[in-house]
Design a protein around this ligand. Structure first.
Ligand SMILES: Nc1ncnc2c1ncn2[C@@H]1O[C@H](COP(=O)(O)OP(=O)(O)O)[C@@H](O)[C@H]1O
Ligand SMILES: [Mg+2]
Length: 475
């Protein structure tokens, strides 16, 4: 019965049967078993050769590292010139290799010395991944398994730590550098690395199979509107609409899942803000890189080791209101600050923007409702909704599709209230037509045919968009 819902290319052509089904099944199993053993025997040999060598190298490296730490004067390490340190490492590793009776070629020696340098100065095995510009995220599942995300896809790397102790030492190095602590009694920590990357670690016993580390790398290269159009994230027409929306000071929310491109979109949209305006940004992790002249950046602060001194986004937002901003940009609204955000949007700080973690424009609104409810403010639902309806003008939905591409799947306007319900109209959307080769998603951006509720406003402010950008293309 479900056959007709299956993808046609999933349905194999029926095999021509000239043997009994039982016989055929037996033969097939035989063929499969044979193929399996052949492949695995070769692969296994290759793998175990490789693994043994890797293990040996790791041992040598750890050994040399220990020796380095014993030999080097740690207190001068920070101040040591890089060239001196590298020379020192070269000498020690040459001796060490001779003693261990290990012969390496030049490239391997170079690699070993670099690894040792990273161990002493940096974050050990993670360093090579942190340096790799194509890596966006680094995910460590215990010492033996390190994944990275490249171009939207997760892949396993051959980077590994010697053991859990080695991994813990690297974690400790990171967190102690930012004045935090992680151990059995406080097994998780969130921190920002010196280069702006976001770091989270969870150590045993809460992490069951070894410490879990997630690093979201900070990309210095922010994507511009033009680049995003080139990448197919949205169309020129959508960009023209968004320019009008931002420039005429509509309040915009960018909604999407984790890693879907919310911050990237928010950053790009901020490019439409006039240079003369004073912008204040509020973030948990300072990621935004606004191009304007007049920008005040603020970042919240977690409590210190004694649990004191926290400054959350709500504190920052309240303070921001006293700083005479023209616009307020909150990196991501996720908690109590939602009340102040809505109030700010409703009272003169129009043109404010934020992102929110949600799956659709509708969902974004209910997230806002939930956040208000969670913040402990007693307000009837209808009142909350009308606050939201008058505060939020445009919701931009971004999404990371199965094929790894990031697209603006919908631009929706909040038009007001109908009874108890917030009314909305979608202006642009991404229409999916199917899945092509390599599971690439086939589809097209299209206007829905509805004219913007703010068309008059745009016109008054000098953004007279041709009505053709709202009309759906044939097909
Ligand atoms: N349209 C896009 N095309 C290609 N890469 C993108 C696009 N949008 C975002 N990215 C990349 O995706 C990663 C995650 O984006 P980010 O904006 O930080 O997501 P979020 O804020 O939703 O978690 C970043 O490395 C960013 O450069
Ligand atoms: Mg983000």
């Amino acid at each position: 019965m479900f056959r007709r819902y299956q993808r046609p290319n999933d349905v194999p052509a029926p095999p021509s049967i000239d043997v009994t089904p039982k016989e055929a099944a037996f033969k097939a199993r035989q063929r499969m078993d044979k193929a399996k053993t052949q492949a695995t025997a070769e692969e296994m040999a290759e793998l175990s050769r490789d693994a043994k060598r890797q293990e040996k190298l790791i041992d040598v490296r750890m050994d040399l590292h220990k020796r380095l730490l014993e030999t080097l004067n740690l207190s001068v390490l920070d101040k040591a010139a890089e060239a001196d340190l590298r020379r020192e490492i070269g000498t020690i590793s040459r001796e060490g290799l001779r003693e261990a009776g290990v012969v390496l070629n030049n490239k391997e020696i170079e690699q070993l010395n670099q690894d040792l340098f990273d161990e002493v100065k940096g974050l050990g095995p993670l360093e090579i991944l942190l340096r790799d510009p194509t890596v966006n995220d680094i995910l460590v599942n215990g010492p033996e398994q390190v994944f990275v995300e490249r171009g939207g896809k997760l892949e396993l790397t051959n980077v590994r730590f010697k053991d859990e102790r080695h991994l813990l030492r690297v974690i400790d190095k990171i967190v102690s550098a930012v004045g935090r602590r992680v151990d059995e009694s406080h097994p998780y920590v969130d921190a920002r690395l010196a280069d702006g990357s976001r770091f989270n670690a969870m150590v045993p016993p809460c992490a069951v199979d070894g410490s879990l580390v997630s690093i979201r790398k900070f990309s210095k290269e922010k994507l511009s509107i033009d680049e995003l159009i080139d990448f197919g994230a949205f169309t020129e027409e959508m960009a023209a609409y968004l320019q009008a929306a931002v420039a005429t000071r509509l309040n915009v929310i960018v909604s999407g899942g984790t890693g879907s491109g919310k911050t990237t979109t928010l950053n790009a949209l901020s490019g439409f803000i006039d240079d003369k305006e004073r912008i204040v940004t509020i973030e948990d992790t300072a990621e935004l890189q606004l191009q304007q002249v007049h920008v005040g950046r603020m970042e919240s602060r977690p409590p210190n080791v004694e649990g004191k001194g926290a400054v959350d986004q709500r504190d920052l937002l309240r303070n921001a209101l006293r700083m005479r901003p023209d616009r307020i940009i909150v990196g991501e609204t996720r908690g109590d600050e939602v009340i102040d955000m809505l109030q700010a949007m409703n009272t003169g700080h129009d043109g404010s923007m934020t992102t929110i973690h949600a799956n659709s424009a509708r969902d974004a609104v209910s997230r806002l409702e939930n956040m208000v409810a969670m913040s402990g403010i007693e307000m009837p639902l209808k009142a909350v909704r009308s606050q939201i309806a008058s505060a939020v003008n445009v919701i931009v939905q971004v999404s990371r599709l199965q094929d790894g591409s990031r697209r603006m799947v919908s631009i929706t306007e909040v038009t007001g209230m109908e009874g108890e319900i917030i009314s909305m109209q979608e202006i642009f959307k991404f229409r999916r037509d199917g899945v092509g080769e390599d599971n690439k998603i086939i589809g097209a951006f299209t206007p829905t045919g509805l004219r913007s509720n703010y068309a008059e406003r745009f016109k008054l402010w000098g953004y007279d968009l041709p009505s053709s950008i709202y009309t759906a293309l044939a097909g």
